[in-house]
Design a protein around this ligand. Structure first.
Ligand SMILES: [Fe+2]
Ligand SMILES: [Fe+2]
Length: 189
C-alpha cells in the first residue's frame, strides 16, 4: 500500500510528457552545441586563427552553462539515449566549416542559432502555460539561454566579413534540416 501511495505521488509530480520531451531535446541540443565548439577548436588548432579561437571559447563557455542547467534537472525527464550521436553530429557541424576558415564558422553558428532561436521561442510558448513549480522557475533560465543564443547568432553574423557563398548557403540549409530532424528524434529517443 505504502509503495502504491508513493508511486501515485511520484506520478502526480511527474512533468507532462510533452514537456519532458522538450527538455530532452534541449538538453541534447545544448550538449551538441558544446561539441560544435570542440570541433571548431580542434580544427582551428591547425589554422591558429586567434579571433576564431576566442569566439569559439566564449560561446562554448555559455553552452556549457546552458548544458549544466539542463543536467541539474535531468532526473525530471531522462536524457536522450543518442548522446553519442549528438556529440559526433555536433563535432562534425563545427569541424567541417572550420576547415574553410572563420567566415564558414561564423555562418554556421548564425544558421545553428537562427534555428535555436526559433526553437526556444516555440518551447517558451509551451512552457509559459505550465504551472508546475519546476517549470515556472526553469523557464526563467530558458529565457536567459534564449537571449544568449540570439546574441550568439547576431555576433556570428556581425563577425562575417563577406556575404555567404552559394555553397555556404547550401550548408546552412542542411544545418536547418538536420537540426529539425535531430530535435524530433531527441524528443523521443
Ligand atoms: Fe545554448
Ligand atoms: Fe548558443
Amino acid at each position: 500500500m505504502k509503495t502504491k501511495a508513493v508511486e501515485t505521488v511520484t506520478q502526480n509530480h511527474r512533468l507532462p510528457r510533452d514537456i519532458r520531451a522538450q527538455l530532452r531535446a534541449s538538453h541534447a541540443g545544448e550538449f551538441g552545441a558544446v561539441w560544435i565548439y570542440r570541433g571548431i577548436l580542434l580544427v582551428n588548432t591547425l589554422r591558429g586563427d586567434k579571433a576564431l579561437a576566442s569566439f569559439a571559447k566564449e560561446h562554448m563557455a555559455a553552452e556549457k552553462e546552458h548544458l549544466a542547467a539542463y543536467e541539474e534537472i535531468i532526473h525530471e525527464y531522462r536524457g536522450s539515449f543518442l548522446l553519442l550521436v549528438w556529440a559526433v553530429a555536433g563535432f562534425l557541424t563545427g569541424a567541417f566549416p572550420a576547415l574553410f576558415g572563420r567566415n564558414w564558422v561564423y555562418y554556421t553558428i548564425f544558421c545553428v542559432e537562427s534555428f535555436v532561436d526559433k526553437h526556444y521561442r516555440e518551447q517558451l510558448q509551451m512552457f509559459d502555460v505550465q504551472n508546475a513549480p519546476l517549470i515556472v522557475s526553469f523557464r526563467a533560465s530558458m529565457r536567459s539561454f534564449h537571449a544568449d543564443e540570439v546574441h550568439h547568432r547576431d555576433e556570428a553574423l556581425n563577425a562575417m566579413s563577406r556575404r555567404p557563398t552559394a555553397l555556404m548557403r547550401l550548408w546552412g540549409k542542411l544545418i536547418g534540416m538536420g537540426s529539425s530532424v535531430a530535435v524530433k528524434i531527441a524528443q523521443v529517443i
